[in-house]
Design a protein around this ligand. Sequence first.
Ligand SMILES: C[S@@+](CC[C@H](N)C(=O)[O-])C[C@H]1O[C@@H](n2cnc3c(N)ncnc32)[C@H](O)[C@@H]1O
Length: 210
Amino acid sequence: MSPDKPDHQNPALPDFWEKRYREGTTPWNAGGVPRALQDFVDAWPGRSETPPRVLVPGCGHAWEARHLCQCGWDVLAIDFSPAAIDHARPLMGPFAARLMLADFFAFAPAQPFDLIYERAFLCALPRHLWAAYAARCAELLAPGGLLAGYFFLGSEPKGPPFAIEPAALDALLAPAFERIADEAVEDSLAVFQGRERWQVWRRRANCVAG
Ligand SMILES: C[S@@+](CC[C@H](N)C(=O)[O-])C[C@H]1O[C@@H](n2cnc3c(N)ncnc32)[C@H](O)[C@@H]1O
């Protein structure tokens, strides 16, 4: 990113996203809970026992965070754009206390998570942040914890959304994670159509985070 560019043109910074939420330009907004996540929650083992502790990074409008709260899961949904949090708060309603204005790379959680839910977050990050994303996910998850969600695949250099080649995604995550699911997605929004995969990655017990 050129140092001459204003902050609102740099997707690594909150101002980029802030501007788009304030202007209502949010083509990533699903307006609901995507199918594969619903199926994943329904299939979660031991559903009636201790609820999993879940992080939703870059939660945006927080449709999925609300769904996970409604299912009784222990959710923390973060976003570094105040406008995103403003949109999410009324939607979260009684679960609004689970929202936090925070930077994924800098906040200090009280304890590790069992699950990180990914949707349109990795592809929102400029490529120079991808290695830090992988390391941070590994750091935030307990051993055996899951990184699950939607990954935007492709080779176009421009973004966001920044597409990742399948081999590059493997190279990024495989050192700390083992992929345990990889499925086609039928209900993508236009901006992601035909390019999303639902994947679940399990954090290796013996990985060195970061
Ligand atoms: C493309 S939007 C996706 C929002 C949401 N995940 C969804 O699917 O609707 C990317 C989001 O990530 C947030 N974001 C980007 N970098 C972040 C960071 N370092 N920490 C927290 N949030 C971040 C942006 O503010 C924005 O809300």
